[in-house]
Design a protein around this ligand. Structure first.
Ligand SMILES: C[S@@+](CC[C@H](N)C(=O)[O-])C[C@H]1O[C@@H](n2cnc3c(N)ncnc32)[C@H](O)[C@@H]1O
Length: 338
C-alpha cells in the first residue's frame, strides 16, 4: 500500500481517522507487509502482500477472486494492446480519464484492476477496493504506479473516511452484492460534496435466458471447474454463432459471451475474453437486474443533482450537491445501510 493513503483510512470499529501504518517489509514507495492500527480503540488489520486486508473471508465473492486470478491480465489494455478498457470506462462513466488527472478517485469493486490501470496512466490518485482475492491480481497489475492503492474491503462498510473523494465509480459490481440499492447508498457516502458518482449495473432482459438457471447450480462450483466445462462445450456455440440469422438462437442453450465483431481484439484474445466473461456470467452468487429509471430514482433519493443516464443502459453519473444538502445524503446513506 501507498503509506500516504492512511489519511483516507477510518477505523471500522470506532470510526477514528486517520489510522497508523507500521511496516515490517517495505519498498521505497510501498508497505508490503505490516499492520494498520487504530490508536483510539487499538484495533488492527494486516497488510499482506502489499494489500491492507479489512475482510478476513471473501464470503459470497469467492468465485470472483478465483476468476480474476485465473484471468488476471485478460482485460488490461497493456495486455491486449488496445484501448478497450479505456473506451469502456469513458462510455459507462461519461468521463474522459484525463478529466480526473490529480483527482482523488475511488473504485468500488475493482476486480483485477483494468480501469485502475487506465486512471493511473492518466495521473489520478486512485484507491481500488474489492471484497475478493481479486485484490492480489489488482495489486500485481498496478504496483508500478505510486499513485495507486489496492485495499481488500467490503463496499457496504468501507474503512475510508466519508465525504472524501472527487470521483467514485463502480462498474458492473453493485448488482453482484446482496442489495444493489443499499450498495449504491453505501458508496455514495464517500463522494465529497461537489464530487461525482458514476455507476453501471445490469439491465433487465425482456426474455428469460437459460444461463440464469445454469448459474443457480454452477455458482456452487469453483470458477476453475466451470472454466473446464465452458472450454469443453465452447467450440459448438463458437461455431454455431457464425451462422447468419439463426446462429445466435441455435446456441442459446450452450451460452457463451462472444465479442467477435464487437470489440477490436486479436483472435486469441477474443477467445480468452469469451472464456472469462462466460465464467463471469455463470458463477456469481448474486445477480440482480434493473431498469434505468429505477437507478435514476436511487440517485434522486440520495439528493444527487445533474443525474445523467448514459448510452449504456443502467449507466448513470450524477453530482453530489455542495454543503447544505450533503449532510442529508450522509444521513440517508447511513439509514439505508443500517
Ligand atoms: C464483475 S466483477 C467487476 C470488476 C471490475 N469492476 C471490472 O469491471 O472489471 C465484480 C467485482 O465486485 C466485487 N464485489 C462484489 N461484492 C463486493 C462488495 N460487497 N465489496 C467490494 N467488492 C465487491 C467482486 O469481488 C468482483 O471483483
Amino acid at each position: 500500500m501507498n503509506p500516504g493513503c492512511a489519511n483516507f483510512l477510518r477505523c471500522l470499529r470506532c470510526g477514528h481517522s486517520p489510522l497508523e501504518v507500521s511496516a515490517r517489509v517495505q519498498t521505497s514507495t510501498r508497505v508490503m507487509e505490516g499492520w494498520i492500527h487504530c490508536l483510539a480503540c487499538q484495533s488492527k488489520w494486516p497488510v499482506i502482500a502489499g494489500v491492507p486486508r479489512f475482510v478476513a473471508h471473501p464470503d459470497y465473492t469467492r468465485s470472483f477472486g478465483e476468476e480474476w486470478n485465473l484471468f488476471s491480465k485478460t482485460q488490461l489494455d497493456s495486455y491486449t494492446g488496445t484501448t478497450v478498457s479505456r473506451d469502456r470506462f469513458r462510455e459507462v462513466t461519461q468521463t474522459d480519464p484525463s478529466e480526473l488527472e490529480g483527482k482523488h478517485v475511488l473504485e468500488c469493486g475493482c476486480g483485477m484492476g483494468r480501469f485502475i490501470e487506465v486512471l493511473a496512466e492518466s495521473g489520478s490518485e486512485v484507491i481500488g477496493i474489492d471484497y475478493s482475492t481479486a485484490v492480489d491480481a489488482a495489486f500485481r497489475n498496478t504496483q508500478q504506479y505510486p499513485n495507486v492503492t489496492i485495499i481488500q474491503a467490503d463496499l457496504y462498510n468501507l474503512p475510508l473516511r466519508p465525504d472524501c473523494f472527487d470521483f467514485v465509480y463502480s462498474i458492473g459490481v453493485l448488482h453482484h452484492t446482496p442489495d444493489t440499492r443499499k450498495a449504491l447508498h453505501a458508496i455514495a457516502a464517500h463522494v465529497k460534496p461537489g464530487g461525482q458518482l458514476a455507476v453501471w449495473v445490469y439491465r433487465k432482459y425482456r426474455l428469460f435466458r437459460p444461463y440464469r438457471l445454469y448459474r443457480y447450480f454452477l455458482r456452487r462450483l469453483s470458477a476453475e471447474t466451470v472454466l473446464k466445462m465452458v472450454k469443453f462445450y465452447h467450440p459448438i456455440p463458437w461455431f454455431l454463432r457464425r451462422i447468419p440469422i439463426v446462429g445466435k438462437s441455435l446456441s442459446v442453450f450452450l451460452p457463451i459471451v462472444d465479442y467477435r465483431g464487437v470489440l477490436p481484439l486479436r483472435s486469441e484474445h477474443q477467445r480468452e475474453w469469451s472464456y472469462l466473461d462466460t465464467v463471469d456470467a455463470l458463477t456469481p452468487w448474486f445477480e440482480w437486474r434493473h431498469v434505468p429509471d429505477e437507478v435514476k430514482r436511487w440517485f434522486e433519493e440520495l439528493g444527487y443533482e445533474r443525474i445523467v443516464l448514459g448510452g449504456t443502459p443502467c449507466s448513470v453519473i450524477a453530482k453530489r450537491p455542495k454543503a447544505a444538502r450533503a449532510e442529508t445524503i450522509r444521513e440517508t446513506a447511513s439509514v439505508c445501510v443500517a
